[in-house]
Design a protein around this ligand. Structure first.
Ligand SMILES: Nc1ncnc2c1ncn2[C@@H]1O[C@H](COP(=O)(O)OP(=O)(O)OP(=O)(O)O)[C@@H](O)[C@H]1O
Length: 227
């Protein structure tokens, strides 16, 4: 089994509109960033990785499996952090929300409590464990969404704009956490400093990869594109 994410001539159409137009890329690096203009197809690209979106033609392989055939299996290995944290909150309190998916796995209560406690502490939410999740600030909800995915220790983590609601301190904190994570992470973002020390950055424009390289090269290209 390989941890590489493989796109092979992927096209995605929504009705008449072709949103991705022939994406081919093999992505074995540990930290991969995706940047591009609004509406260029970045979220669609991210959603392809765990089968939330399927290619109209071409194929996407993740963890050695085809997303068209094995989306359920792939989703167990790929954590997805959505842009809108409210969409991810499923339980009344912060700790219960983070515990939810661990409980569903049938883990013993002590292990659930330990892993939830550690994760909340790592993301600065330990003091909010018993607070109503919907009463958190926008940024705290974003951190909660991260906790709920991270606690499952997925093999691959896909994040769609994980720092949009975060203040400078918290977005730096997320950057530092990404640096230390052992898993492969793909992040779609408009937060260019977050990608500074990533291994590889792709620039998407109008459904195509128009630059692909080091953060310096790719972000330089993106800045010119946006000038
Ligand atoms: N399920 C869908 N049905 C129809 N159109 C869609 C669907 N999902 C995305 N689109 C369209 O595809 C295009 C690309 O959307 P996508 O969300 O992938 O862009 P993006 O690069 O992530 O944009 P942003 O930076 O604004 O989040 C947009 O025009 C969007 O309206």
């Amino acid at each position: 089994m390989t941890d590489a994410i493989e796109f092979a001539d992927v096209h995605v159409r929504f009705g008449e509109r072709e949103v991705l137009r022939g994406i081919t890329a093999s992505l074995p690096e540990r930290r991969i960033g995706v940047v591009g203009a609004n509406g260029s197809g970045k979220s669609t690209l991210a959603r392809l990785i765990n089968g939330l979106a399927l290619p109209t033609s071409g194929s996407v392989n993740v963890l050695g499996l085809d997303t068209r055939r094995d989306a359920a299996k792939i989703r167990r290995g790929v954590g997805f952090v959505f842009t809108d944290p409210d969409a991810q909150i499923v339980m009344p309190t912060v700790a219960e929300d983070v515990a939810f998916s661990l409980r569903r796995k049938g883990l013993p209560r002590e292990e659930v409590d330990r892993r939830v406690g550690e994760t909340l502490a790592r993301y600065g939410l330990a003091g909010h464990a018993d607070h109503p999740a919907h009463h958190l600030s926008g940024g705290q909800k974003q951190l909660l969404a991260l906790c709920s995915v991270m606690v499952l220790e997925p093999r691959i983590i896909v994040m769609d704009e994980p720092t949009t609601l975060l203040d400078l301190r918290h977005s730096r904190q997320v950057g530092a956490l990404l640096r230390d994570l052992p898993q492969q992470v793909l992040v779609v973002t408009h937060d260019l400093p977050l990608l500074e020390d990533f291994d590889r950055v792709l620039v998407i424009d109008d459904g195509r990869v128009v630059a692909d390289g080091t953060p310096r090269e790719a972000i330089g290209h993106y800045r010119k594109l946006m000038a």
